[in-house]
Design a protein around this ligand. Structure first.
Ligand SMILES: [Zn+2]
Length: 280
């Protein structure tokens, strides 16, 4: 993930009108005598009517972070996003869309946000892999080449923007995702919150239980009109975690967590097709 300068941010259209949609699972369960009603209908998800965009962070030409072994982040993002897309389709989310872009960073971001908004999707998850600022890096030799690495931090992190058109929806999905990752034994990194040397890259920790941070300025989060969440799936500047992130079995664990979180989120939301009563 890279932060975007304010001048560049201004080149992107402002976020759509604020539209707070409250999630309220409790309202779907009728309490009676302090206990849930036994015949209360559970929230239902119609996966075929729910569109999720799985955004592949960065581009082949502008690959984002570079791993401890010299591999571009884009390769990791593409592999994991593809596994997630496959897992979602297995679960019946046939309208899932893998969003990819080419070219330089900022123009590609503008294009991908335009594409996402045109799709009128129910949810967007942007897939990334993390690195660290230079102050935390040391040098090691790999493949006969001196390369930067850092074993200071590892673990995933989840980001939302308060400027998103549906912040409440974004935050709810982020918490669901964090909870499903935690249930699989994955531990988020607290360094965005508790490491003073992160300086201007420190972020407010919105939910300490599930590892959700706020990063209001991120273009992909603030200018998309659907609930949007960015997942830093793990740190590829960390030599051990880089190997883990390259393993398909680990990608499937993350994809399973994403799919379960999407299923729950979908059940709590009415897909736009049903709200509008129209086919897309
Ligand atoms: Zn990234």
């Amino acid at each position: 993930m890279r932060s975007i300068g304010s001048t560049q941010r201004r080149t992107v259209a402002a976020a759509a009108t604020l539209a707070i949609v409250a999630l309220c699972a409790a309202s779907l369960v009728h309490a009676q005598g302090g206990k849930p009603h036994p015949r209360a209908a559970a929230p239902q998800c119609d996966p075929a009517a729910f569109r999720i965009i799985v955004d592949v962070g960065h581009t082949p030409e502008s690959p984002g972070a570079i791993s401890a072994r010299g591999v571009g982040e884009y390769e990791f993002n593409l592999r994991l996003a593809t596994v997630i897309d496959g897992k979602l389709r297995e679960a019946g989310f046939n309208r899932a869309h893998l969003l990819m872009a080419n070219g330089e960073a900022i123009p590609s971001l503008v294009r991908r946000v335009g594409q996402a908004n045109a799709m009128s999707a129910d949810l967007l998850i942007s897939i990334h892999h993390d690195s660290v600022p230079d102050v935390f890096k040391s040098m090691w030799e790999f493949g006969g080449v001196q390369r930067p690495f850092s074993d200071k931090f590892k673990g995933h992190s989840i980001f939302v923007s308060r400027d998103n058109a549906d912040y409440d929806g974004s935050l709810n999905f982020a918490k669901l995702l964090g909870a499903r990752l935690k249930a699989r034994g994955l531990v988020y990194t607290p360094h965005y919150h508790n490491e003073p040397k992160m300086g201007s890259r420190r972020r407010p920790l919105v939910d300490a239980e599930t590892g959700v941070y706020r990063y209001d300025q991120l273009i992909i989060l603030r200018t998309t009109r659907m609930p949007s969440v960015l997942l830093e799936a793990g740190s590829i500047i960390h030599p051990e975690e880089e190997v883990l992130m390259g393993r398909e079995e680990h990608q499937l664990v993350i994809a399973g967590a994403v799919t379960e979180a999407v299923e729950t989120f979908c059940a709590l939301r009415q897909p736009k097709t049903r709200r509008a009563g129209a086919q897309r």
